[in-house]
Design a protein around this ligand. Sequence first.
Ligand SMILES: Cc1cc2nc3c(=O)[nH]c(=O)nc-3n(C[C@H](O)[C@H](O)[C@H](O)COP(=O)(O)OP(=O)(O)OC[C@H]3O[C@@H](n4cnc5c(N)ncnc54)[C@H](O)[C@@H]3O)c2cc1C
Length: 279
Amino acid sequence: MGLNLVVLVKQVPDTQNITGDAMKEDGTVNRAALPAIFNPDDLYALEAALRLKDRFPGTRVQVITMGPPAAAAILKECLYRGADFTALVSDRGFAGADTLATSYALKCAIETTGPWDLVFCGRQAIDGDTAQVGPQTAEKLGCNQITSVSRIEAVDIPQRTITARRSVEGGWERVRTGLPVLLTFTAEGEAPRPPSAKKTMAYKAVSPQADPRGNSAMALWDISAIKADPEQCGLSGSPTKVKNITSVVLTAGEIRYIDPGEGGITGLVHELIADHTLG
Ligand SMILES: Cc1cc2nc3c(=O)[nH]c(=O)nc-3n(C[C@H](O)[C@H](O)[C@H](O)COP(=O)(O)OP(=O)(O)OC[C@H]3O[C@@H](n4cnc5c(N)ncnc54)[C@H](O)[C@@H]3O)c2cc1C
């Protein structure tokens, strides 16, 4: 007996390789100047889903991303690693989505995949960085959620329960809950597998199809395909209003050498407390 798994992945600008052109004059991110990559936590979420597929025959892994046409590149990477089906959720009506509108669209897309047992997300995307989309999507689906998961310890299909290890400050805790459930993963889990050469050859030419037939492994879903309410998508569904964006450029000023002994460190801490940097 297999499981129906859905993985949410996001294509993000590589914020770890920032160059001088990374910000525009108005303070917004210059996405064209940064290479687009697979959000790191999402690779761990995908790996966790693929491991359940390896363990339970008959398990199906479906992957969803909401983004522009270029985001199809990360869906291909999922197929190369072993996903069964992927869907690019893309429509001009999704533009300007905040986390509320994003999680609404993702909830509609998850429901479009059919009955599901587990949803896998990254804990956090390295661009938006809010860690809100997973929990908000679980809330909208009305299912259980376990956040900051590093590994799945057990899944009992007949009892419909899952036991997972989640990271907490200073350690970890073991949590058990019932299916269906949404899990958000950190990058502390099992190392993501590399793409398979055979699958790369098989899916090299795949592209998003509005009406996938036969063995097409990548669908293109717009607002009507996921039966979403246009008013709850994109800008109209986003209560967050950005009032002002400031580009803060930190520059090194005066350099001071602190004695690495106890006296030097204590003096520095007192200084930082006195000028309210600490405390
Ligand atoms: C007012 C406003 C306007 C915005 N306008 C735009 C815009 O025009 N264009 C734009 O690109 N961004 C826009 N954003 C940013 C957008 O809200 C976030 O990129 C998005 O909601 C995801 O939030 P996050 O990056 O914090 O994800 P997190 O909550 O940190 O992500 C957690 C996990 O959720 C899943 N996830 C997150 N986003 C997606 C996705 N799109 N598809 C699949 N899975 C996902 C992944 O598994 C990810 O690891 C806007 C934000 C605001 C507040």
